[in-house]
Design a protein. Structure first.
Length: 94
């Protein structure tokens, strides 16, 4: 089975962290995005690595398009392979 490459935005806390916990195993490489939750992201990384996943962390502010693109570039570099997408986030402007 091919290794799955996963990016979870907002992955350090709450629902994102729960998703990461559920997906962590030796068949998945996970990039976890965080903005202000560095300590939580680092703690989560250690826990997920115990389950066999290869974990990468990236700090970015999703309100800035350059930083959003940084997540994709980072994941492509670290995960070395094709990364599909399940959802595209579009900010709401008023």
């Amino acid at each position: 089975m091919e290794i799955q490459k996963i990016i979870i935005t907002g992955g350090a806390t709450r629902i994102g962290a729960a998703i990461a916990e559920g997906l962590a195993n030796d068949k998945n490489q996970i990039t976890i995005h965080y903005n202000k939750s560095k300590e939580k992201a680092e703690k989560l990384k250690k826990n997920l690595e115990r389950k066999g996943s290869r974990i990468f962390l990236i700090k970015a502010n999703l309100n800035k398009i350059f930083e959003l693109n940084k997540i994709i570039r980072f994941a492509n570099l670290k995960m070395k392979g094709k990364i599909g997408r399940a959802h595209v986030w579009t900010p709401v402007t008023h």
